[in-house]
Design a binder for this molecule. Structure first.
Ligand code: ZN
Length: 116
């Protein structure tokens, strides 16, 4: 699957979640972008961008079929393809989709954090 942002091939970083379910994850290291799917058929479930602000990792996720985006704090960052994220806390949900890209994700999340 291709990275939504740079259009290059994102590397497969799949792992299994209990019970016995595969989560198809594609990670682009250059963009720190993640695509998650429940099937290996090109359909996606969500897109996420990661960034670190003041030593804290944040994730911005948008979901298929909705314009809502969710800002989360990742307390225990995982390793793509090896270990899922832990201690994920959703901080903010937006109904309007701000155009967030790998280039501006840090600036946009810094702005959102001002309202929390
Ligand atoms: Zn990319």
């Amino acid at each position: 699957m291709m990275c939504r942002y740079c259009k290059k091939d994102a590397r497969p970083a799949h792992f299994q979640i209990p019970p016995e379910r595969m989560l198809y994850v594609y990670f682009c290291d250059a963009c720190r972008a993640e695509t998650v799917s429940f099937a290996d058929d090109g359909n996606y479930f969500s897109h996420s961008l990661y960034t670190v602000i003041n030593d804290r990792m944040y994730r911005w996720t948008t979901f298929k079929g909705t314009i809502a985006g969710v800002l989360s704090h990742i307390g225990k960052p995982g390793i793509p393809g090896e270990r899922p994220n832990g201690s994920v806390t959703n901080l903010l949900e937006l109904k309007i989709y701000p155009n967030i890209t790998p280039e501006n994700v840090q600036e946009k999340i810094r702005f959102m954090l001002l309202f929390l």
